[in-house]
Design a protein around this ligand. Structure first.
Ligand code: FCB
Length: 462
């Protein structure tokens, strides 16, 4: 039998979640209202009319959930702090009951030998701050930095890895341009301003946290997409340049090169103007990073719109790329409709490593939604997810073999959960959740994942 394909020693295996998607208990422990509470209460926003009000009830069941992590061999757990639980109105002293919840969670994690990896912002902005203008308002960056500093001061002794934002592209462009996510605004110019203020808040937060505790690790997580033109025409090449610009380079360039890409600023100028970037902002954003998190789900293949009769569809979040159309490549799709493309992971990690002087990389999210059911035998048989993960783990190994400094891998997600605008209709978990009973069942893919984490390897033969 051939030898298993082994990951580098010390490779960090994890699972990921986000506060609003799992915690529930939105009215408990002094938590304030977030933009997702407000958005989900607005008719027509969530596919099944649901909200995160109960979700996985993780606020009460965290101990059981940490037990499941241990069962899966999760060495590191990527979770997010709920800003409205810690600062109910987005400023001021931390809410003691919110602090106590995360202390209990951290006690449990440390008790099981699981390393916590904290994200400060996974989309649950306090509603008070949205009422004051939200991310398009420059002051929100300063509010975020204050929040980050306060949370970091309280938990730095117990959390070694700090991520500022999860997927600022989604916060900005799904939230303020496309309107599919909270707060549901459709103002492309404001979305660009939001993106800048998210980045500014990141820079301010990292600078202050590192000054307080230079011994810890700081980073950010981006959703990045390999972006290819459908043909070799000049028009399609320009379409790909625009989408790569708004999805990837708008974030990577200021973080890792200290300046926004000029072509992307030109693309967004008709919507956003140019004054939103002030002197000194780019230097502030370009804080040294210890880690860059990459969330990878699928690739973009795009072409230019051919004319008014072209029925192809783009993405309302592609500001400055309004004339660009998405192209399917015929690969099988997940329940999200996303094409399954493990080579895209090799490509995106290679893109970051070769184009930038990047810090160590982590896949901070990768996973798949399938329509899972509990079978009569009591198990959840999800061979598609097992195959999906296996394919992507092998892709990660190929990237490492090509020289990518990839240090870890977090599967999205530990549990089935509230999948934003899709409500509870999309299941990403390694663990199935029955929302009527809150019963958790480890899926077959979760058991497969446990074998991978235990061996730090995938079998040579599939
Ligand atoms: C990412 C989000 C995460 C989850 C997955 C499926 O964009 O960060 O919360 O919704 O997609």
């Amino acid at each position: 039998m051939s030898e298993p394909l082994t990951f580098p020693a010390g490779f960090r295996w994890g699972t990921a979640t986000a506060s609003y998607q799992i915690e529930g208990a939105v009215g408990e422990g002094g938590r304030g209202v977030s933009i997702w509470d407000t958005f989900a209460a607005t008719p027509g926003t969530i596919t099944d009319g649901s909200s995160g009000a109960v979700a996985d009830d993780h606020y009460h069941r965290y101990a059981e959930d940490v037990g499941l992590m241990a069962e899966l061999g999760t060495g590191t757990y990527r979770f997010s702090f709920a800003w409205p639980r810690l600062q109910p109105t987005g400023s001021g002293a931390l809410n003691p009951e919110g602090v106590a919840f995360y202390d209990r969670l951290l006690d449990e994690l440390h008790g099981r030998g699981i390393a916590p990896w904290a994200t400060l912002y996974h989309w649950d902005l306090p509603q008070t701050l949205e009422d004051a203008g939200g991310w398009p308002a420059r002051d929100t960056a300063a509010r975020f930095a204050d929040y980050a500093v306060a949370v970091h001061a309280r938990f730095a002794d117990r959390v070694p890895d700090w991520t500022t934002h999860n997927e600022p592209w989604c916060s900005a462009f799904r939230g303020y341009a496309g309107g599919q996510h909270a707060p549901g605004r459709r103002e492309p110019g404001a979305a660009v301003h939001a993106a800048h203020h998210l980045m500014l808040g990141h820079g301010m937060a990292v600078q202050a946290m590192r000054a307080a505790r230079p011994d810890l690790r700081y980073g950010i997580t981006l959703n990045l997409y390999p972006t290819d033109p459908a043909t070799d025409s000049a028009a399609d090449a320009d379409a790909a340049r625009r989408v790569d610009g708004i999805c990837n380079r708008l974030f990577l360039d200021p973080l890792l090169r200290g300046a926004y890409p000029a072509d992307v600023l030109d693309d967004v100028a008709p919507a956003a103007g140019r004054d939103f970037v002030q002197a000194g902002d780019e230097e502030l954003i370009a804080q040294p990073l210890d880690v860059l998190g990459v969330n990878y789900y699928s690739r973009h293949v795009v072409r230019a719109r051919t004319g008014p009769d072209d029925e192809g569809r783009g993405d309302t979040g592609w500001v400055g790329a309004e004339q660009v159309v998405k192209v399917g490549t015929g690969r099988p799709r997940t329940h999200m409709g996303w094409e399954i493309d493990p080579d895209g992971l090799v490509d995106v990690l290679g893109y970051v490593s070769t184009r930038y002087d990047a810090p160590p990389l982590y896949v901070t999210e990768n996973g798949a939604a399938f329509d899972d059911v509990v079978s009569e035998d009591g198990a959840v048989h999800d061979p598609e997810r097992t195959a999906y993960l296996d394919g992507h783990f092998r892709a990660a190994l190929r990237a490492i073999a090509c020289g990518v400094d990839l240090r870890g891998y977090f599967v999205w997600s530990l549990l089935d959960n509230f999948e934003w605008a899709f409500g509870y209709t999309r299941r990403f978990g390694l663990v199935h959740v029955d929302y009527d009973t809150q019963r958790r069942t480890v899926k077959d893919s979760g058991r497969g994942y446990a074998r991978v984490t235990a061996a730090n390897a995938v079998p040579a033969d599939r």
